[in-house]
Structure formats: structure tokens, C-alpha cells
Write a new protein. Structure first.
Length: 374
């Protein structure tokens, strides 16, 4: 409560000294006008100084109000002076002062609005950079008995919320999560960062992927309630002791075997995070022999798209041509071509293939984690 009161006091103090400055200028110019028995050329237009200050500091009404006061003092100075009082000149000064005060206030308000918008944009960009750094850490930890590689390519057309997490689970287990937030703007990476942080907090204490997704869902719903801006996620836990891999889904594409491209589709997709109090997911298990691996990815890989050149006859632009998706067949082809290679080589090949397919620009985030058992 103390901080808002301090802000109010500071605002009132600032307005007080500004009004004092405007009044002081008006009085000083009025006295200056009376000092000279003969009018000094330009003295009357010195009243524009407090008028401009009023418009800058107090808006349109302030500019007009100070303009009226300035015109009144000008008339009063001429009336007191021995010189003839000209009504036409007085009205002209009134119109000039009020118009200048109002016009300058409009310009000042517009400049202030642009400045505030620029500051908001700078703050949003700084927050976005921080969120990107949180969602895409510069390195991944070394984990027992597996090799890992990650890839994240941000979209060119919008701010999205893809993320991945690789962390330690109980008994040397490794937890891998890939997720995607449905939504745009800063809220998408904010939700992604929150879910990732929740998973990072729970992973060291639980090696059940379905349970981890349920805990993340509970945390998200408690924070923001249910929402249409949900989060999809695939969670995998690898246990080196018995080479078992367990996975669960929350409305996300299933992982695929790294060399075959075959999907691990033995379970239902579950509900995305944030749409209900429960994810209602199932889990399944698969054993990885030495050299076997899996790929977790977001739909930015499957749905990397380009405009097909075979659009309707006479199509004037790209908007009228149909979209062609990268699709699962191209993923399988790349994986087959790079069968048995290191995870880093595989994800680089998939990224390069997707970017060649789209012509270099991705309309959605591309996020992948490749895992191969040692």
C-alpha cells in the first residue's frame, strides 16, 4: 500500500510545480509587458511559452485554458497601458494562443503515445528474449546411457510457444518433454515457460510420464484456470537400468522410432494441458536396444508447409495456391537416409529438409529432441 501512495504523492508534487511554473511564466511576461511604456515587438507572443508548457504538461484542456489566461493577461496589459486597446488584436491573440495550446497538446499527446507504445514494445521484446532463453537452454545435460540432440527454430511469422525439456529423473532416469502452446503473442511463451518450469520441478521426484503431465496440468489450471490456449506435450522417461522407455501424451503427436519413422501409437493422445482438471492420459512402454532411438517433435515438423505450384489456373498470388505439408512420409525418408547416425546429425538433416521444403521460412516453430541408447 505504501508504494501506490508514494506514486500518488510524486504525481501530485510534479503537477503542482508544473502549474507553478506556468503561472510564474504568465506573471513574469505580464510584468515585463507593463515595465515598458512602449510595446516591445514580440513581447506579447512570449505568452506562447506558458501556452506550450500547458499543452505539453496538461493536455488539450490545459493548453486551451492557459491560452485563455494568456489572452486575458494580454488584454489586461493593453488596458492598463496608455496605448489604445484594440479589440480586434485582443481577439486575434485569444484565437492564436488557444489554437497553439490545443494543437501543441495534440502533438504532445501523440508523441507521448508513440513513446509509451515504443517502451511497451521494448519491454515485450526483452521479455520475449528472456522467455526464449528459458524455453531453449543453450545446452543439454549429459545423461547416463543415452545420446541426445535438440533442435529449435523459431517461426518467422508469429510468436509461438514450442519448448523442450531434458532433465534428471529418479534412479538415473532421463525425462524428455516436447511441447507446444496453442496461441499467439507473449502469452504463448509465458504459458510454455510455466509448464516447462513445473516439469523441471517435478521430474527429479517422479518417473511416471503420465503423472508428470498430470502434475503440470494441475499447476497450469491452478495458475490460470482452464483455457482455449492449451498446451500439448509428449513426455518420455528412459531408465538405463533396464533400457525401458515409457511415454505419455497430452494431445501431442506420438514419438517415432529414430531409424524407422514408425510412430509409437499404442496409447490414446490424452487431453492437452490446461483444458480440464485432468489430462486423462495413458502410458506405454518400449525397450530400446543398444543403438535404438526415438524422436520427439512438435507439429512444426509435420506441418511445415509451402504453397504448391500446381494451384488453380490463373492464380494471381500465393494466397490462392493450395498448401502442401512436409508430412510423415518425408520424415520417414530422411530418417531412413540417416539410419544409425548420431542424434545431432539426424535432427540437422530433418531441419535442413524442412527448410528446403518450405523455401527457407518456417511458419511455425520447429522443435525436436532425438534420443539414442548407448
Amino acid at each position: 500500500m505504501a508504494k501506490p501512495m508514494t506514486n500518488v504523492r510524486e504525481l501530485l508534487a510534479r503537477r503542482s510545480w508544473r502549474w507553478a511554473a506556468v503561472v510564474g511564466l504568465l506573471v513574469a511576461i505580464f510584468v515585463l509587458r507593463l515595465v515598458f511604456s512602449q510595446p516591445v515587438i514580440g513581447v506579447g507572443f512570449l505568452y506562447l511559452l506558458p501556452v506550450l508548457a500547458g499543452g505539453l504538461w496538461f493536455g488539450r484542456s490545459g493548453g486551451v485554458g492557459v491560452g485563455v489566461a494568456a489572452a486575458g493577461l494580454y488584454v489586461l496589459g493593453n488596458a492598463i497601458d496608455a496605448h489604445a486597446y484594440l479589440l480586434t488584436a485582443a481577439l486575434l491573440r485569444l484565437a492564436v494562443f488557444c489554437s497553439v495550446g490545443y494543437a501543441f497538446a495534440v502533438v504532445a499527446e501523440r508523441e507521448h503515445g508513440l513513446w509509451r507504445r515504443l517502451r511497451r514494445q521494448e519491454d515485450e521484446l526483452a521479455e520475449l528474449r528472456a522467455l526464449r532463453a528459458a524455453l531453449v537452454p543453450p545446452g543439454i545435460p549429459d545423461r547416463p546411457a543415452i545420446d541426445l540432440a535438440t533442435c529449435f527454430v523459431p517461426a518467422q511469422e508469429r510468436v509461438a510457444g514450442d519448448f523442450f525439456f531434458v532433465g534428471e529423473g529418479p534412479n538415473d532416469a532421463t525425462v524428455v518433454v516436447v511441447g507446444d502452446v496453442v496461441g499467439k503473442g507473449l502469452e504463448a511463451p509465458r504459458r510454455a515457460a510455466f509448464v516447462r518450469a513445473a516439469l523441471a520441478a517435478y521430474a527429479p521426484h517422479d518417473d511416471d510420464p503420465c503423472r508428470l503431465l498430470e502434475l503440470a496440468n494441475t499447476a497450469l489450471v491452478e495458475r490460470a484456470g482452464t483455457s482455449e490456449e492449451f498446451v500439448t506435450a509428449a513426455c518420455m522417461v528412459y531408465r538405463p537400468a533396464d533400457r525401458s522407455m515409457t511415454w505419455a501424451l497430452a494431445g501431442h503427436p506420438a514419438p517415432i522410432l529414430l531409424d524407422e519413422g514408425r510412430g509409437l501409437n499404442g496409447i490414446g493422445p490424452g487431453l492437452p494441458l490446461g483444458v480440464n482438471d485432468s489430462v486423462d492420459c495413458d502410458s506405454a512402454e518400449h525397450r530400446l536396444a543398444q543403438g535404438d532411438g526415438v524422436l520427439l517433435f512438435t507439429d512444426g515438423l509435420l506441418e511445415a508447409r509451402r504453397h504448391s505450384p500446381g494451384g488453380s489456373v490463373g492464380a494471381p498470388d500465393r494466397e490462392s495456391s493450395p498448401l502442401e505439408l512436409f508430412g510423415s512420409e518425408r520424415i520417414v525418408a530422411v530418417l531412413s537416409e540417416h539410419r544409425g547416425e548420431e542424434p545431432g546429425e539426424v535432427v540437422r538433416a530433418l531441419r535442413a529438409a524442412a527448410e528446403r521444403f518450405t523455401g527457407g521460412g518456417l511458419a511455425d516453430d520447429l522443435c525436436m529432441v532425438a534420443v539414442r541408447a548407448r
